[in-house]
Ligand binder design. Structure first.
Ligand code: NG6
Ligand code: CA
Length: 508
């Protein structure tokens, strides 16, 4: 009902343009109430292009994600801005290329907030259009201004960049502090057991993954050998806050319940929800209900768990009668990685599954699998299902959602592609700068140019080709989606043009 009201307003506006000189226009028509659709961004952490059924996975069943893809606009060339988390999330929320901000790198749990509180963001823009705005899940964009006291109100954070409501983990599941924060306050904190966090040195007498292997239920492979929480060694040191510590195996249920409560509480107003799930990032800790739901071990199992959460979340929207008035964007912050620092069988039990979906590279990489991710727009009854090959980036959501909400928001980088997002046009971006661990590459049409970079071609710990080469690389993705034929030498003309345009865009 709400949805049709929203559209009748649009219809009326167009009718009144045609009929503006006519005297037959009735008062009743112009008085239709304006309703805006709810907007939900469902954002996964490290889900690869090939990790869900609709994008080709056969070894992991993801019926709920697939429903979004099959009944929505399923992008085949949709990109996260970057091949790691913090920069992608920064770009998603601000509509700015993350390489313009030198602080937009993988952050420790103690890093200050990297979004300027004066900056435009999706929630801020939507708030201005009458939306209630919320974030539930992984944050990883920094908190505070430098020295956070976790025992006091932590600010600035999500509430200061446009979110009316925030229920978050500060950084990542593998980083301390391993607690939830609700609107800047650590939930369940006992004042007699204050939290201390340090990324440089341990607190005296506290066990670590490095020295206390006997306490571990999950073994570290590289990094991840500092404080131990729930038997899992983490990045960073933490002391105290015992009662406030999260339960890893319940995290998915916990965030889901918060997202559902949020929807129920705000169903009567237009709302925005950024639901940032933690899977399949490490440590992969499926709830016992999902252990063994694939043959792939924890990495497969937590993808099934995430899929279940999405199904339950959709059921809530349905039950509350607002599914048809809710635009859902589904995507991931970067490409896949198997061994990201723990022994969890992701490599050993991979079998026939291809998380990269046939692409080259992965998380941390400038090759396609780094940033090309599942990217879906779903709006029941409003979108005609279609597979779209348009080039689109998460950076474009700010300008596109602004248009949908009835306003304009222009940043240098965010392009208004609402028609593309809703599957009415295939005219996506002409070009795009990709980012991976502070390096950039340039995409124009079907061409991709990677400038020469020093450093190893492969990060051996994670076994991923990250795109470094002493030579320029030029690929034609139309014929060579796997990036096997470097055309830099055979097509110097194209290479020069790409380099020139790239320099113009990045201001080199
Ligand atoms: C890396 C971690 C990795 C992961 C990543 C962030 C080590 C050795 N590796 O530094 O496990 O946490 O940071 O991932 O510590 S992201 O998806 O949040 O960008
Ligand atoms: Ca990630």
């Amino acid at each position: 009902k709400l949805r049709s009201a929203f559209y009748s307003v649009i219809l009326l506006i167009s009718v009144s343009f045609v009929a503006c000189t006519s005297s037959t226009q009735s008062k009743q028509e112009t008085a239709a109430p304006e309703t805006k659709p709810n907007i939900v961004i469902i954002y996964l952490d490290d889900l690869g292009y090939g990790d869900m059924g609709a994008y080709g996975a056969t070894e992991i069943k993801t019926p709920n994600m697939d429903r979004l893809a099959n009944d929505g606009v399923m992008f085949t060339d949709g990109h996260a801005s970057s091949s790691t988390c913090t920069p992608s999330r920064y770009a998603l929320l601000t509509g700015m290329y993350p390489w313009r901000n030198k602080d937009a790198k993988i952050l420790p749990g103690t890093a200050p907030l990297i979004i300027d509180t004066a900056q435009v963001t999706i929630p801020k823009m939507l708030k201005g259009q009458g939306y209630y705005t919320g974030v539930v899940g992984k944050w990883h964009l920094g908190l505070g201004t430098g020295h956070v006291d976790w025992n006091k109100h932590v600010s600035p954070g999500p509430n200061e960049v446009g979110f009316d409501y925030a229920y978050i983990m500060a950084a990542t599941q593998d980083r301390v502090p391993t607690v939830y924060l609700e609107n800047g306050l650590v939930e369940g904190l006992d004042p007699n057991d204050p939290i201390e966090v340090d990324y440089e040195k341990n607190f005296e007498g506290e066990p670590t993954g490095k020295d206390n292997a006997e306490l571990l239920t999950m073994k570290w492979h590289h990094g991840h050998n500092n404080s131990i929480v729930n038997g899992i060694p983490r990045i960073g040191f933490m002391k105290g806050g015992e009662k406030a510590k999260w339960s890893d195996v319940d995290m998915a249920d916990h965030f889901l319940a918060k997202a559902q409560d949020y929807v129920k509480e705000h169903k009567d107003e237009p709302f925005f929800l950024y639901y940032a799930l933690q899977q399949p990032h490490v440590p992969r800790t499926p709830n016992p209900r999902f252990v063994g739901s694939t043959d792939l071990g924890p990495r497969g199992d937590v993808i099934v768990e995430a899929d279940w959460c999405i199904g339950e979340f959709l059921k809530t929207l349905e039950k509350e009668g607002i599914l048809e008035n809710t635009l859902i964007i589904f995507s991931s912050d970067n490409g896949p990685v198997l061994n990201d620092g723990y022994y969890d069988d992701a490599v050993e039990r991979l079998g026939d599954h291809d998380p990269k979906g046939g692409l080259r590279g992965g998380k941390y990489s400038l090759f396609e699998a780094g940033t090309r991710v599942p990217f879906i727009a779903y709006w029941k009854g409003k979108i005609t299902p279609v597979k779209s090959d348009a080039l689109i980036s998460q950076i474009d959501l700010l300008a596109s959602l602004a248009k949908l909400a009835g306003t304009e928001e222009s940043t240098t980088d965010s392009q208004e592609l609402l028609d593309v997002l809703l599957g009415k046009s295939e005219k996506g971006r002409e070009d795009l700068v990709l980012e991976a661990t502070s390096r950039t590459a340039y995409r124009k049409g079907q061409w991709l140019m990677i400038p020469p970079y020093k450093g190893p071609a492969v990060i051996s710990a994670v076994n991923i080709e990250i795109g470094n080469s002493p030579e320029y690389q030029l690929y034609n993705l139309k014929d060579d989606i796997c990036q096997q034929k470097n055309l830099a030498n055979s097509n110097p003309e194209k290479l020069n043009k790409m380099v020139e345009e790239y320099r113009e865009v990045v201001g080199d």
